[in-house]
Design a protein around this ligand. Sequence first.
Ligand SMILES: NC(=O)c1ccc[n+]([C@@H]2O[C@H](COP(=O)([O-])OP(=O)(O)OC[C@H]3O[C@@H](n4cnc5c(N)ncnc54)[C@H](O)[C@@H]3O)[C@@H](O)[C@H]2O)c1
Length: 315
Amino acid sequence: MKILITGGAGFIGSNFVHYLLEKYLDDEFIVLDKLTYAGRLENLKEVIDEIIFIKGDIFNKEDVEKIGECDVIFNFAAETHVDRSIIDAGVFVKTDVFGTYNLLEYARRYDIEKYIQISTDEVYGSIENESFKETDILDPSSPYSASKAGADLLVKAYYKTYGLPVLITRSSNNFGPYQYPEKLIPVLILNALHDKPLPIYGEGKNVRDWIYVLDNCEAIDFVFREGKVGEIYNIGAGNEKTNIEIANLILEELNKSKSLIKFVKDRPGHDFRYSLDTQKIREQGWISRYKFDDAMRETIKWYKENKWWWKRIWR
Ligand SMILES: NC(=O)c1ccc[n+]([C@@H]2O[C@H](COP(=O)([O-])OP(=O)(O)OC[C@H]3O[C@@H](n4cnc5c(N)ncnc54)[C@H](O)[C@@H]3O)[C@@H](O)[C@H]2O)c1
């Protein structure tokens, strides 16, 4: 099977490429990535000889054409940082919505076997109590989540209109190796390692539901193999934590003072709590395999031991 992973040089995409290469020895893997600031060949350093890498932008039809034929598409490619989307939403619409449209058209032309859209829990918006189900309405708050929601609707429409064999995964917040140090957990780890202030929005009470990236990779693979075409699957591991809890945990693990925590002005439209109901995927047989505390310890250790990876991008 020829498998295309767009955005495979980013955080989750590169973890997914490593995961696939270890698990499926007979398949061929193509990575198409624009190599934005968040996409780095360093993330694929150990496996670059085992894949076909194409530098390309999913927004450009000509770049998508460079792929040639393939059987399966996993679309990880996206602009992903909420703060950046507040400053400049345009590139989010271009990549996350129009780029998805280009891939869907390509998928139709080549009659691909399955198209898997990697979406996010952020499309549902915030929830005070209880958890979102796949059938809940989309109520995104940021230009990032709105672009992702737009892409999800387009993907569903290609299923209904053209019968394209699509699946959508919506996972909660990921953490693990190769995450660009602008996202909460790598920022907190690297700042703590350097005795720099740990910036926390508002009062630090916002709640996120964390999943270790390898758990998400397994779940995405599970959805691809076992999921029902046309369906959406929430993916989460049930680790709801406030941002201040995360900061405290990292400081404790690194033996650093809590006085490093610095509260900063809250982000506009900041969702208070994300929470996913994951009954659907669990009923089909997927289980989360990684314990939050162990995975966090592994992640902290990885950043400590891999200075080569972050020294040029952390400030
Ligand atoms: N990180 C999370 O916690 C999380 C949670 C749920 C869902 N997701 C989704 O998972 C996917 C991957 O997220 P991530 O955290 O790995 O993001 P990331 O920002 O680390 O990586 C995104 C990758 O996409 C590439 N890319 C960006 N624009 C492109 C374009 N126009 N053409 C081709 N490639 C392009 C980048 O170069 C980069 O390699 C995204 O679709 C995101 O919405 C992420």
